[in-house]
Design a protein around this ligand. Sequence first.
Ligand code: TXA
Ligand code: MG
Length: 308
Amino acid sequence: MEAQPPVIRAFGDAGVAEAAALIRAGGMVAVPTETVYGLAADARDAQAVAGIYAAKGRPSFNPLIVHVADIAAAEAIATFDEDARAVVARFWPGPLTLVLPLRADAGIASLVTAGLDTVAIRVPAHRAMQALIAASGAPLAAPSANASNAISPTCAAHVAASLGSRVPLIINDGATVAGVESTILAGRTILRPGPVTAEMLRDVLPVAPGRTAHVSAPGQLATHYAPAKPLRLDATQVSADEWLIGFGAVAGDDTLSSRGDVVEAAARLFDTLHRADASDRSRIAVAPVPEVGVGVAINDRLRRAAHR
Ligand code: TXA
Ligand code: MG
C-alpha cells in the first residue's frame, strides 16, 4: 500500500470534528498551539501515546506534556499547592507548563509520565488546541510534531515535511506566535526557559533557573521511572529469584506484548516495570525486544535500567 501524505484541514468546525474523531478512535493528530505544532493523542490511552513515540521515531521515552482545557481539568490530574495556584492564575491559558505531583486517580497512561509520579501539564491559549480538547473530551498528550532530532514545527508545512504519512491529519491554523516551546516550571525552578520568562514569573513567585529539560541525550535525564531491582536483558530463561517480563513467544510472569507488537510493548513498558518491582522476586529479567520501530526506544530505556 502507498503511504498517504497527511490530510491538511483548515481550522474550523469540520476539521476539528474530524480530528476529534481520530483522537477518540485512539489515533493522533497534529495541531497548533501558541508555541509549536504538537502531535496530540488521548493521554489516557497508552496505545495511542505509544503511537506518538513510534511516529516521531524517538530513541528514548521522554515524559510528555498533558494539555487540558482549564485549571479545573488540570486539578483533576495534578495536585496543586499555593505556588502553583498563584502562577496559573496569572499565566494560564498560555505557554507555561507546570511539573506537579500526579494524582493517583488521574487516569493518565504511565507512558505519558515515563512512569514518574509527577506530570507536566498546561492549559494552552491557542484556539485550535482548545477546540480539539473540547471536541475530543480528552486530556491530550502532545510533544512537538516533528521527527526525533528535527527542529520544532511552527507551521503545518513543517509538520508535513517532517512526519509525512506518519501523521494522518494536520489542523492548519497558520504560523504559531511564540515559536519556541513552553516554559517548564517545577516548584520554583525553571526546567526549560520559554515564552513566559523568569522576569515575568518573578512578579508572582521567586523562581530560579535550573537544569534545562533539553539536553543532547534526553534519555540521560533522570526523568524516567527506574526499577529499584537489578535488571537483566535478552532473557529467555530465568532463575527462581527472577521475575521474567516476556515479549512475543517468551511468555514470562508478565508480558510487554504477547503478540510481539512493539507499539503495545511501549504502551505497557512502565506499568510492567512497576509490577516487576512490586513482585516477590528480587531480580528482573526481560525477554528480547526487537530493535525495530519504537522497539529502539524500549531497548534504550531497558539498557539504561540494566546498567545502573
Ligand atoms: O510548547 C510546548 O510545550 C510543546 C507544545 C506542543 O505544547 N510541547 C513540547 O513537548 O515541547 P516536548 O515533549 O517536546 O517537551 C516536554 C518536556 C520534555 O523536555 C520533558 O523532559 C519535560 O517536558 N517533562 C515532561 N514531564 C516531566 C516531568 N514529570 N518532570 C520533568 N520534566 C518533564
Ligand atoms: Mg520537542
